[in-house]
Structure formats: C-alpha cells, structure tokens
Design a protein around this ligand. Structure first.
Ligand SMILES: [Zn+2]
Length: 151
C-alpha cells in the first residue's frame, strides 16, 4: 500500500506543478500543451486512486479474516482451558480435564488429533467395546483402557 500511496503522491505533485505551469504560460499553445499533459496526469492520478481503493478493500478483508482467526483462537483457548496432556493406562495420549457432570466427577477426554487443529472434540465410547472411544469429528479411535484390566 505504501508503494501505491507514494505513486499517487508523486502524480499529485506533478499535477500541481503542471497547474502552476499553466497559470504562468505566455501563449495559448503553451496552455493547450500543458493542459493536455495535465489531463494525462489527472487520468493517471485517478487510476492510482482507484488502485489505492482496491488495496484498502483488500486490506480490510485481510483484517476481517485476521480478526476472525483471533476470535477463533481466543474461543479455542477459552474452551481448552484446564485440559492437559494425559497419558492413559492404555498408553494413549489425550487431553483430559476432570469435570462435575450430574454431581459426579468424571474425566473428559479430548481427541488429540482435533486438539492440534484447535477443535474441541470430546471422545465418545464405542458401542459394545468398553475400552475404546472414538472422535465424532475426525472418526479416529482411541484405546482408553487396557483390555486385560477390564477382563
Ligand atoms: Zn478428532
């Protein structure tokens, strides 16, 4: 944007200089020639200003995109608060946090794959396989307990 702005400022300076030249011209031929040159400079200046408008619009879009990303990161940080990397008895690594659910303290496990992508996805038990859980988002399966312990 600095380059486009500098170009517009140079074109503006040249335009002002040409206007001064016109005011000091001695003949109609000089006025006409300088006026023609002034029209060209004004056209270029208009083009530069339009280019600046495009740059400003593009930067506004980038700012909106970055603000959305910052909000996304803040939201993830708020939702991920209290979760720590946990090594389960099965050897599986997940992010866990103890929470009270229905007046009972339970460990909530998050999918580590989704966690690295800033997605909070609570692992859910796999039906009829008590030692396995799956991630509803990425569909990965995780062994939560050792098979031998449950037998
Ligand atoms: Zn997942």
């Amino acid at each position: 944007m600095i380059t486009e702005f500098s170009a517009a400022m140079v074109a503006l300076k040249e335009t002002i200089s040409l206007a001064k030249t016109i005011s000091e011209a001695k003949t109609d031929a000089d006025v006409k020639a300088t006026t023609f040159e002034l029209q060209g400079k004004l056209f270029n200046l208009q083009s530069d200003c339009l280019g600046l408008g495009d740059v400003i619009q593009s930067q506004k879009e980038q700012i909106a995109h970055l603000k959305a990303k910052v909000a996304e990161f803040k939201n993830f940080a708020r939702e991920a608060e209290g979760y720590i990397l946990n090594h389960l008895e099965s050897g599986t690594f997940v992010y866990s946090k103890k929470q009270i659910v229905n007046e009972t303290e339970v460990s909530i496990h998050l999918c580590p794959h989704c966690f690295t992508k800033k997605i909070i996805s609570i692992l859910q038990p796999v039906e009829q396989i008590y030692f396995m859980s799956h991630c509803p988002s990425c569909k990965n399966h995780y062994q939560i307990k050792n098979r031998e312990i449950g037998l």
